[in-house]
Structure formats: structure tokens, C-alpha cells
Design a protein around this ligand. Structure first.
Ligand code: FES
Length: 264
């Protein structure tokens, strides 16, 4: 680790034999916006560069590290990318990266780059670039605080709050959400369900997790079999699937250490 990049180094990561993995944290990000970030990241330095989003879409962090190692990279710099980058993730990432190394990857050096949001010059440059663009006048735009249809809740029977936070993502939340939607469609339940993607709802270690309302059940659905059973037994059949449920809203919780506030 001591041979990694230092702020004063003039060599590029590629020249030092370091592959770069940019990580973005953004709950709402279109595919187009993600593609633009990826293009910028790839253009920023020569050599092996990848970019992933830590929430919901695409390969998760651990899978990507596995892939980079399989490609032969033995020195990887994970670089937070974007303003602001959540401080809770900056605190979480070192342990995750150490976990990845400890599970059979000790032949690979991994380092974590600094928070770009701490660089005053970079922030100032970003503001300067933003102000250099031409502003569009709003005169002539119809005044509105929302669309006419944004008045009533949609018609649904089940409200599913699906965590797509970064800690659930490393447990497969991205694949889970797609799997859940496919199972709902196969069971003819899509129209009866309102799916809301959420940030962290706390029991990250059980990820992927969802909560079901109005029943108030908290479920861990780690694979296709569990997801299919949840859809068929709980939603379609009106059952509970106790083996998959780990909590009910309002019920006493199991004793555990005090929780620290998470912001993502
Ligand atoms: S990230 Fe899903 S519960 Fe924390």
C-alpha cells in the first residue's frame, strides 16, 4: 500500500501500474448522465479505468474488483467521484475494500483515493465551469409546481420499499430489483404493486431487503427462490413466509448495538 499514488506524484496511475476504479454515489442518475460520467472518467487518465455507481445499477463494487483482478490488475485505486461524495460512504469503503482483500485477494494492493469534495480548488473550478455556461431565461415557461396528475396516490394494493443503498448493492440489490420486477410481472402483480426504491433503511447486513406495506413486514430476499416465494406466497397468496421475514414494523426489535446515523 505504501507504494501507491501520492498527491505530489507526476506519474499517471497507468505509469505506476495502477488501475483506477471510479465510484459514484447518486440515487437518481439517468443512464445518459451515468454514461457522461463514465466517458469523463475514462478520458481523465490513460490506462485501465472503470466507473461504477454504488447504488442499484450495474455491477457492484465487489464484483467489479473481482473482474479487475481477473483481468490481471494487482494494484487498484478506488476513487470517489462526484460532489458531494457521502461521508458515510467514505467511512464505509475502507472496510469493504479490506474485506474484499481478505477474501482471497491479498495479492492485490487496493487504495482509496481522497474525497474530491475536500479540494477547494476543484470545487471552485466546478463552480466556474458551471457559471461559464449560458443561463436560460424562464420567461415564457408555464408556471407550475407539478403536473396535474400529481394529486392522488396511485391505485395499488402493496407498497414495496426496496433498498437500493450501496451496502445492499454489494449484496446484490441491483439484480434483486430486476428479479423482483420480473417475478411480479410473471405473477400478474405489477399493477397491484407500488415499488419505491429507497436509500439505506438500516439492516444492511441482511441485504437485499424490502419492506411490505400495509402489512409492515421486513424481508430479506437473497436469491431467486426467495423472491419467487415472496411474490407467490406473500403477495399472491396472502401468506407471511416467516422464514424470509426478519421484522414487523411496530414489533419489538431484537437487541443490537446502538445504530449510528446513516445518510446513504
Ligand atoms: S443499504 Fe440497504 S439497508 Fe442499508
Amino acid at each position: 500500500m505504501g507504494s501507491d499514488i501520492h498527491p505530489g506524484d507526476r506519474l499517471t496511475p497507468a505509469a505506476q501500474g495502477v488501475a483506477v476504479l471510479f465510484v459514484v454515489s447518486a440515487y437518481t442518475l439517468s443512464r445518459g448522465a451515468l454514461a457522461r460520467l463514465e466517458a469523463a472518467a475514462l478520458a481523465s487518465v490513460p490506462g485501465a479505468v472503470r466507473l461504477i455507481r454504488l447504488e442499484e445499477t450495474g455491477p457492484d463494487l465487489l464484483t467489479t474488483l473481482d473482474q479487475m483482478r481477473a483481468e490481471g490488475h494487482r494494484r487498484i485505486r478506488v476513487q470517489p467521484f462526484g460532489f458531494p461524495f457521502p461521508e458515510s460512504l467514505l467511512a464505509w469503503l475502507p472496510g469493504v475494500l479490506a474485506h474484499w482483500r481478505a477474501r482471497g485477494n491479498t495479492d492485490t494492493e487496493v487504495s482509496l483515493g481522497p474525497d474530491p469534495g475536500r479540494d477547494a480548488a476543484a470545487l471552485q473550478a466546478f463552480a466556474t465551469v458551471a457559471l461559464a455556461g449560458e443561463a436560460r431565461p424562464v420567461e415564457g415557461t408555464r408556471p407550475s409546481l407539478g403536473k396535474p396528475g400529481w394529486t392522488l396516490p396511485p391505485d395499488f394494493d402493496f407498497h414495496l420499499l426496496v433498498c437500493t443503498g450501496p451496502r445492499c448493492a454489494i449484496h446484490g440489490a441491483a439484480a434483486f430489483l430486476q428479479m423482483l420486477k420480473a417475478e411480479l410481472a410473471a405473477a400478474g402483480l405489477t399493477e397491484r404493486c407500488l415499488i419505491t426504491r429507497t436509500g439505506c433503511i438500516y439492516p444492511c447486513n441482511k441485504g437485499p431487503v424490502l419492506t411490505l406495506y400495509p402489512q409492515g413486514g421486513w424481508y430479506r430476499l437473497p436469491d431467486l427462490a426467495a423472491t419467487r416465494r415472496f411474490v407467490r406466497e406473500v403477495l399472491a397468496g396472502g401468506g407471511v413466509a416467516e422464514e424470509l421475514k426478519f421484522h414487523t414494523s411496530g414489533a419489538p426489535r431484537a437487541t443490537h448495538p446502538p445504530q449510528q446515523e446513516k445518510t446513504s
